[in-house]
Design a protein around this ligand. Structure first.
Ligand code: CTP
Length: 402
């Protein structure tokens, strides 16, 4: 459709970047980037009309986003035409603007385009041998200043390398190391690094990406004062643990970045953890959850390993419930025996299934005035339920009358 609209408007149009890479890899791609030689914003509006979608435009950049209702998004960019570069009649002019657009990108595998106009539909435009690098499993920059121009590409290089099981090409690795050694990362805004981190945490291979960050000496810039080797075992298991909890049919621990941040900081002092939270502008509530997790994980893990033995279920539950739900993947990840993991699952199920059937309403009907006594009675009721002493509603009510 975009091709037909562009044909009518007399523009050239391409799909570019990640979507081309993913198509060539035979993988699904969620976001589509379009590059238009013409007015990208006008084209976005036409396309959105067709699908009843919304457009968000950025006039200054000549870009627009087409937002479809179901999370799907198309970015439309205008390839800048250099008026002075060639006499207008030369046929090369147009593709030179596409060339420039692609040349500004991070890696060869992300710098390919596919033509969408009818006459050229499906043609691959690959100025920098991206397809060959895909076949050879290589992450390669387009020029030696790529990391200097945008140091967040260091994290992107690691992300693509580990996501696809590729290798950063030797020369590219040299540029990367030089950029790290020249301390350029400390000049990047924490907000941009935070955005890249969020992307990493959403990847199934996040643990290995973090390991690679440590290997390439990037870690100290990103998580200053955090000892990587202490937390490696937990990080390596974290994604699997998260998946396990989801497979158990329990609530998804979210947001993902908090799940990871808790795991990354769980062996750190509170001051180090606070500093990292501040660095990435973590909101107050999440910071508090994180600090509660830091304080409680050790004791909770002990409970699940049955040290000390013979705690009542209600006592175990009380300790566990001091932890935020976002720390449950960490807990599961550090329990490395199946028995404790199974105990964790059972305890969570018991907690879920032990909600008393009787409510505060019943206490009021017994003649008590609302007040602290309500909480006390309900807590006691809940403890008895957890310990398996009460089953039916009648038993609950009898307990409350006593
Ligand atoms: N890009 C870049 N430098 C960056 C970020 C992005 O050159 N620092 C370019 C790349 O060509 C990339 C495109 O912009 O393909 C779109 O970026 P983004 O949506 O972040 O990445 P994708 O390649 O689509 O990757 P993902 O599969 O993770 O969405």
């Amino acid at each position: 459709e975009a091709g037909q609209i562009a044909d009518r408007m007399g523009y050239k149009i391409y799909a570019a970047g990640g979507v081309v890479r993913d198509i060539l890899l035979g993988q699904e791609s969620l976001d589509v980037d379009l590059v238009v030689e013409g007015n990208g914003i006008l084209l976005a509006e036409e396309l959105a009309k067709l699908y009843d979608a919304r457009v968000r435009q950025h006039q200054n950049f000549g870009t627009a986003e087409i937002l479809f209702s179901d999370d799907f998004k198309i970015d439309v960019a205008t390839a800048r035409v250099e008026f002075y570069a060639y006499p207008a009649a030369l046929p090369q002019v147009e593709s030179s603007t596409l060339h420039q657009d692609l040349y500004r990108r991070d890696f060869t595998i992300n710098a390919m385009a596919v033509a969408l106009n009818e006459s050229s539909y499906g043609n691959l435009i690959d100025f920098f041998d991206g397809r060959k690098d895909l076949q050879e499993h290589t992450v390669r920059v387009l020029h030696n200043l790529s990391f200097i121009e945008d140091p967040t590409r260091i994290l992107r290089a690691i992300r693509f390398e580990q996501r696809y099981g590729f290798k950063i090409e030797p020369q590219t690795l040299k540029f990367l190391n030089e950029t790290v050694n020249r301390d350029v990362l400390s000049r990047v805004s924490n907000e941009r690094i935070g955005e890249e981190l969020k992307h990493i945490f959403l990847e199934p291979q996040a643990g290995i990406m973090l390991r690679r960050m440590n290997e390439l000496a990037v870690w100290p810039f990103i998580f200053p004062g955090v000892n990587y080797s202490e937390i490696e075992p937990a990080l390596m298991n974290l994604h699997r643990a998260l998946q396990q909890i989801i497979d158990w049919g329990m609530k998804v621990p979210e947001p993902r970045w908090l799940v990871y941040l808790i795991a990354i900081l769980h062996r750190s002092d509170a001051e180090v953890a606070r500093a990292v939270c501040e660095q990435y502008a973590v909101d107050k509530r999440s910071t508090e959850k994180l600090l509660a997790a830091l304080q409680g994980w050790n004791r909770s893990a002990d409970v699940l390993r049955q040290k000390p033995q013979h705690l009542k279920v209600s006592q175990q539950a009380q300790i566990l419930l001091q932890m935020p739900w976002e720390s449950s993947p960490l807990l599961l990840a550090i329990l490395n025996d199946e028995e404790s993991q199974e105990r964790f699952r059972q305890l969570l199920n018991i907690i879920r299934d032990s909600k008393p059937k009787t409510s505060g309403e019943y206490i009021r009907n017994l003649g008590y005035r609302p007040g602290p006594v309500y909480r006390e009675v309900l807590d006691a009721l809940w403890r008895e339920k957890l310990d398996g002493n009460l089953d039916t509603e009648e038993e609950e009510q009898a307990f409350m009358r006593d």
